[in-house]
Every structure is written in structure tokens, then in C-alpha cells.
Ligand binder design. Structure first.
Ligand SMILES: [Zn+2]
Length: 284
């Protein structure tokens, strides 16, 4: 049975509010440190080392949290600096944002950062130009593809397992796509964040069992806030309320159940496996 990959996107608990220009969160004391410490404790309990894609802006404010994660043996990747979708930036803007986040993180941990996850799963067809920039900034793998079509994001033609994303220009990068549950022609986002809270828990486990059967690495992604069920409930528009607050109480028990059933590790660990090899796919 292949080990599956466990990842966290580390950003402020109020990141979603900032992006939607919603106020109110400023009245509350910071809660990121506590929620991340709980995650570190949980991973310790199961002896799991995960990958944390940390936002540069967050790392700047909380270098000690990044140090804590690294010293607990977790991999630190970058989630960019300012949390912009790739396509919301110019090429130069993307490079600056990425470069800035990498130098902040590397300065804190004293180690190379080799993994990247774009904000909002924004590695779409229109964002493929970002691959060359990532490579030139020292990134060795990306994990920003959702291999299905979901309103604003997704790359339906991407494989549903780790693959080498090749461009016609000849450059390529290792890609670790988000987990989907495959049902006939349907690809259901099943093992991360909001989807883990809104869909029956069985779906997440079923998706990973599918990966097991195929002998490939599955991948779970979460945000610290997905596990923070005591988070302040602010009055926000309905659509955001559902995404942000629905079923927060469910995530922790579900993650625990999954950690009992499956073995999880970081992306870096998978890269180091002898004979690790992935199919390639030309996307452009
Ligand atoms: Zn994010």
C-alpha cells in the first residue's frame, strides 16, 4: 500500500475574510498559533510528517510557527506570499511574489524550499506559463492542480495521480494533484478542506482506497482553520458562511479515522523513495 500525502495550506484564519473584503475578524485575538500547535500534536500522536505550504506573509509574522513545524520534522513548502491566484498576477508579479515567499521561508528554516502550492488551486490551462518561473526559482514540484472542473478552477485533462506535467516547450515539473474520487466519468473533489466537511466522510476514505488499489499516492489537503471548530462565528454572506463554517466539527474525527486507516507522509518523503516514478502528461 502506497503512503498517502498529507498537506496543509498555512494562512491566517481570517484569510478568506480579507479576500472577500469582509471585516469583523479584527476584533478577535490571533488564533493561528494555537490551532497549528494542535495539528502538530495530532501528527506527533500518529508519528506522521506532513507538508505545510506556508504563505510568505504568514511566515513573516509568525516565524516561530514555521520553525516549530520544521523542527517537528515537517516539510515546509511555499503557498506564495500574498495569496493571489496565478492568473490574477502578471508573470513578473508572480515571480516576485514567489521569490519573496521562498526567501522568507528559507531564511527561517535554513533549508531549501522545493515545493509550491498556488493560492486557490490556480494551476489552470491559462496558468501554465508559471511552470518555467517556478523551476527558475528552485521549485522542484508543484501541487496546485485540481484534476476536475470546479466553477472557478481545475484542470480536467490532468491525471488524477502524481505526474510529470510537460509543456510543449519541453520544460516539465512534477505535479501532485488534489485527490478526487472517480465514479465513472465523474471526478469528485473528495479529500480536502471544504469537500471533506460537506461530503460524507466515506467519500474521502473511498477516494484514498481507490489510490491504494491503483498503487499510487493519494493526497489530502487541509487548512488549519478546517480543524478549528471553535473559531469565531462572524456574520458573513451565506455562500461564504457555508464554505467557511460548514461542519467544522467533523474534520478532526474524520482526519483521525483516516490516519488510523492509512499511512501519511510528506511530499519530500515520496520524492526520496527509491524508484519513485510518475507518468508524464503533455498539457499544453
Ligand atoms: Zn490558500
Amino acid at each position: 500500500m502506497a503512503e498517502h500525502i498529507l498537506t496543509f495550506d498555512v494562512e491566517y484564519w481570517y484569510q478568506g475574510f480579507v479576500q472577500r473584503n469582509l471585516d469583523g475578524w479584527q476584533r478577535y485575538p490571533p488564533r493561528d498559533k494555537e490551532s497549528i500547535e494542535k495539528i502538530v500534536g495530532l501528527l506527533e500522536e500518529f508519528n506522521v510528517r506532513a507538508t505545510f505550504f506556508v504563505l510568505g506573509k504568514f511566515a513573516e509574522r509568525y516565524p516561530n510557527i514555521v520553525r516549530l513545524l520544521a523542527s517537528a520534522g515537517h516539510e515546509i513548502g511555499t503557498h506564495g506570499y500574498g495569496h493571489y491566484a496565478i492568473t490574477a498576477q502578471s508573470r513578473e508579479g508572480f515571480r516576485e511574489d514567489l521569490h519573496r515567499s521562498i526567501s522568507i521561508l528559507e531564511n527561517i528554516i535554513g533549508e531549501k524550499v522545493i515545493g509550491h502550492r498556488a493560492a486557490r488551486w490556480s494551476m489552470s490551462r491559462e496558468a501554465l506559463w508559471a511552470v518555467e518561473i517556478m523551476l527558475s526559482e528552485g521549485i522542484q514540484y508543484d501541487s496546485s492542480v485540481f484534476p476536475t472542473q470546479i466553477h472557478s478552477y481545475g484542470l480536467r485533462q490532468a491525471p488524477t495521480e502524481p505526474f510529470l506535467l510537460e509543456l510543449s516547450s519541453g520544460v516539465s515539473i512534477l505535479e501532485f494533484p488534489a485527490q478526487v474520487l472517480t465514479l465513472g466519468f465523474l471526478r469528485i473533489p473528495a479529500a480536502g478542506g471544504f469537500y471533506m466537511r460537506v461530503l460524507p466522510g466515506l467519500f474521502s476514505r473511498w477516494a484514498l482506497r481507490q489510490s491504494d488499489r491503483r498503487g499510487v499516492h493519494g493526497m489530502v489537503y487541509l487548512h488549519p482553520y478546517d480543524l478549528d471548530s471553535d473559531t469565531p462565528r462572524l456574520s458573513v454572506p451565506l455562500s461564504f458562511r457555508v464554505v467557511r463554517y460548514h461542519n467544522l466539527k467533523k474534520t478532526l474525527p474524520l482526519l483521525r479515522a483516516m490516519m488510523k486507516e492509512f499511512h501519511f507522509c510528506s511530499v519530500r518523503k515520496v520524492l526520496g523513495e527509491p524508484g519513485f516514478n510518475v507518468p508524464s502528461q503533455n498539457i499544453s
